[in-house]
Design a binder for this molecule. Structure first.
Ligand code: TNX
Length: 539
């Protein structure tokens, strides 16, 4: 047996300790490689042409490096959070990504819960994700060895996987196996986070009804451009589309028709919950809207007691606006609203309920202000905050933590109350406007809106930056009926609105954007999107 002197023992012990420390340090550094990044506070202007980036919305920072990463049949998607609940959440995001990548590659990429990704894999993690990234920011590092997506929250990872998918060849968006494609992504490092926390689309399902499947498809389509709010305009003169169990005729009568007298339709509460959950899995909040005190003929047609003469109105299938009002001084009206809001709030996890408030030309100004105050009290009773279209902000009942959805611009009341504003200027963001005189579908009361016009605007053109919470494009459906029509009007303009909400103003310019948009043509085609090939883009 070898005997050590005391001195030798100490030397040996310190040497092993040193080796241990070295091993621990190297493995720590290795497991964290690529994460020592300072999030820039000052935006550096970079050009997509120089860097070869085609992502929409344009990331805050993008550096291209030599080489490519290639996805292969032996790649996996590794997922790891800071605790087991988070890892489960990231597992679902990994699965969402696998479901996009597997059909076209023909691979069977599996999701592995581990923080030790094998070479050649994609790694999604919140470990060491800096809080400076905010809830939706992410870091994406692509080397020939692997792809690392890091974020502070799981939401940031969901936004980040949209960039991963856009960096793969456009064929990735097909739903059948495409042979002969090398599935590469350019080596690069991306630092990205949104400018505004509210980036949404509104869909009017009242003028023409769209079923659950159409709504889900639209949610999927907008999720890929990192939008996070989906606003459902659920009621209007022509239709009531959400089941209210205590007032069943709202859907039985009010939901039975639509513009031009079609069959209409409505969502049961179970279907609505299904939509809410579907959106939630895509980190999108549903914003339900009950439009009042105007735009209520469908309710007036369903219940006589909501009318001054006690008689039900006739269903309305025209396209006029400003034709109806609730009785603002009748307690029956507030009992009705209380029941509607209480049922809707119970199935709406988001913090906001939109209460409309637009074009109430049958309501006197005094009654309108009184009405908004009463409605806001009801909304608050159920733990929600309200949103309204102008002139909703003019009422004393509108409070600083309510939101104005601004379709007028330069709203003084909202600003003086310190309310935040969702910007929806009709000549830019009403995507039911015709593109030009030759395009067959849409309104043109706010003018024609070509794809470049829909892109070249900024919310700060209408209000100071501090008042703005974000951007929403609105698709009203008086003039459209089918999902094909929805896609034709929304695409490609919606991509521009997604970028206006996400990308800093100083990084945006039409010349760079139109080239990126062009490269999205095949992606939209592969998803079967019926988009308008606006001649302003070199498709
Ligand atoms: C205005 S602006 C409306 C809607 C119409 C739309 C058609 C606003 C809040 N309301 O009632 O559907 O124009 O473009």
């Amino acid at each position: 047996m070898i005997k050590f002197t005391k001195k030798r023992k100490i030397v040996l012990l310190s040497a092993s300790l040193l080796v241990l420390i070295l091993i621990l340090l190297t493995s720590f550094l290795l497991s964290n490689k690529g994460q020592i990044v300072t999030i820039p506070k000052v935006i550096t202007i970079w050009s997509e042409q120089e860097q070869g980036c085609t992502i929409i919305p344009k990331p805050v920072d993008y550096k291209s490096n030599p080489g490519n990463f290639t996805l292969s049949n032996s790649s996996s998607i590794y997922v790891s959070g800071n605790n087991s609940t988070q890892t489960e959440e990231i597992d679902k995001i990994g699965q969402y990504l696998a479901d996009i990548l597997n059909p076209s590659t023909g691979y069977n990429l599996s999701v592995v819960k581990s923080s030790r990704p094998k070479v050649g894999s994609i790694y999604l993690t919140t470990k060491n994700g800096s809080a400076d990234l905010g809830n939706e920011g992410y870091l994406l590092d692509i080397t020939s060895e692997g792809v690392t997506l890091r974020a502070y929250t799981t939401e940031g990872l969901f936004r980040g996987i949209q960039s991963i998918r856009q960096m793969l060849p456009a064929d990735i968006e097909k739903d059948t196996v495409i042979a002969g494609v090398t599935w590469t992504m350019p080596c690069s490092s991306i630092i990205d986070y949104p400018t505004y926390p509210w980036r949404g689309m509104m869909l009017d399902v009242a003028r023409h009804f769209l079923d659950v499947e159409d709504v889900k498809r639209t949610i999927d389509l907008v999720a890929q451009y990192k939008m996070n709010k989906f606003h459902l305009h659920l009621t209007d003169d022509q239709g009531w589309r959400i089941e209210i169990k205590s007032w069943p005729d709202l859907t039985k009568i009010g939901g039975s028709t639509e513009v031009d007298g079609g069959d209409g339709g409505f969502y049961t509460q179970e279907e609505y919950i299904d939509i809410v959950n579907y959106a939630k899995d895509r980190y999108i909040t549903i914003i339900p809207e009950i439009d009042m005190p105007g735009h209520v003929n469908a309710a007036l047609a369903s219940y006589g007691e909501l009318n001054p003469d006690g008689l039900q109105k006739k269903p309305y299938t025209g396209t006029g606006v400003g034709i109806s009002t609730l009785m603002c001084r009748s307690e029956t009206t507030y009992t009705f609203i209380n029941d509607v809001i209480s049922e809707l709030a119970a199935i709406t996890p988001g913090e906001y309920i939109h209460v409309g408030g637009d074009e109430a030309s049958q309501t006197s100004a005094v009654d309108y202000k009184y009405f908004v105050g009463r409605v806001n009290e009801i909304v608050a009773t159920y733990g929600k905050k309200s949103i309204g279209w102008n002139p909703y902000d003019n009422s004393d009942g509108t409070l600083s933590d309510d939101l104005l959805q601004d379709w007028r611009g330069k709203s003084k009341s909202a600003q003086s109350k310190g309310m935040k504003i969702i910007m929806s200027p009709p000549d830019k963001a009403y995507i039911d406007m015709q593109y030009d005189a030759d395009t067959p579908i849409g309104h043109n009361w706010a003018g024609f809106t070509t794809t470049d016009e829909a892109y070249q605007w900024d919310p700060t053109d209408y209000a100071p930056e501090a008042s703005i919470i974000g951007v929403e494009c609105a698709l009203w459906t008086e003039k459209l009926e089918t999902m094909e029509d929805v896609e034709y009007l929304a695409f490609p303009r919606l991509l521009g609105h997604a970028e206006v909400g996400w990308t800093p103003k100083d990084l945006r310019n039409w010349d760079g954007y139109k080239v990126r948009l062009q490269s999205h043509g095949p992606r939209m085609e592969n998803q079967g999107i019926n988009f308008y090939k606006d001649p302003v883009v070199p498709w």
